[in-house]
Design a binder for this molecule. Structure first.
Ligand SMILES: [Zn+2]
Length: 263
């Protein structure tokens, strides 16, 4: 069975955390060998860090989601310090979201900028969230030389033009369950065209369960459905696609360590 990676999930969220042993068993049974549990604020980071500490196949990130409010807003130094732990492999999720926040969003840009700086300082790649803000997101990544840290466009939901810009910057593209949705033709096009050494797959669990489980509570095991769908779009065998995306994950997040065979 190929080893898949769920490159973006939130298994620390209550709905999943409350049934974690089952969630992890389901993932193992589905061939999902690794997962990256992504931070959305600083307050819950200790929980994520200890998950990664307890489970060698779970990795952590540190960061504050662009829509998060009322929590700590760390500067680059603080983020970099929290990223020192050996199993914290990425900075994020960070970026710009003009869909869920309104008004003057300079604070969001400032927050994003601190994350880019922390990524450059630590060499940990960025996990980018962008919604209704693709042009500004790409402009900031370019202006602040984010290519020095690299990263991934998580839950990709833009068109080929934005994908091309991200690829030109050396970034990876991660597909979530959205790519399996019927009306997602622009995203399917990106999934067909993206180079094989730049693709990741993810659940973004508990959100966005892929077809045929759309609408259910998502979990890392379900990433196999997204992977099968993208492999089919690309006309490559599932096993090959699983291997490629897993290799891509460990190339991008170079602090993440593969488990030795049989452990
Ligand atoms: Zn997320």
């Amino acid at each position: 069975m190929p080893n898949l990676v769920d490159s973006h999930c939130h298994i620390n969220f209550q709905d999943l955390a409350s049934q974690l042993p089952d969630i992890l068993t389901n993932a193992a049974n589905a061939g999902v060998g690794y997962m990256l549990c992504v931070a959305v604020n600083i307050e819950d980071f200790p929980e994520i860090a200890s998950l990664a500490e307890e489970h060698p196949h779970i990795f952590a990130s540190v960061g504050v989601h662009p829509n998060a409010q009322n929590g700590e807003d760390p500067g680059a130094e603080r983020l970099a310090e929290l990223a020192l732990k050996h199993n914290v492999v990425a900075i994020g999720e960070t970026g710009l979201d003009y869909f869920r926040s309104e008004g003057n969003l300079d604070w969001q840009k400032k927050r994003f900028s601190e994350h880019i700086e922390a990524a450059k300082q630590t060499g940990c790649p960025l996990i980018i969230h962008t919604r209704s803000a693709a042009d500004d997101t790409m402009d900031m990544l370019r202006a602040e030389n984010a290519e020095k840290a690299g990263g991934v466009m998580h839950c990709f939901a833009e068109d080929w033009d934005i994908a091309r810009q991200a690829l030109d910057l050396g970034f990876y593209i991660s597909f979530s369950g959205i790519v399996t949705f019927k009306n997602a033709e622009a995203i399917k096009e990106v999934a067909r065209k993206a180079p094989p050494d730049r693709i990741l797959v993810e659940t973004d669990a508990p959100y966005l369960a892929p077809v045929p489980l759309r609408g259910k509570l998502n979990q890392p095991a379900y990433v196999q459905h997204t992977a099968r769908h993208v492999a089919e779009l690309r006309g490559v065998p599932y096993e090959q696609f699983a291997q490629e995306t897993t290799d891509n994950f460990f190339r991008l997040f170079s602090k993440a360590e593969r488990l030795s065979e049989g452990s």
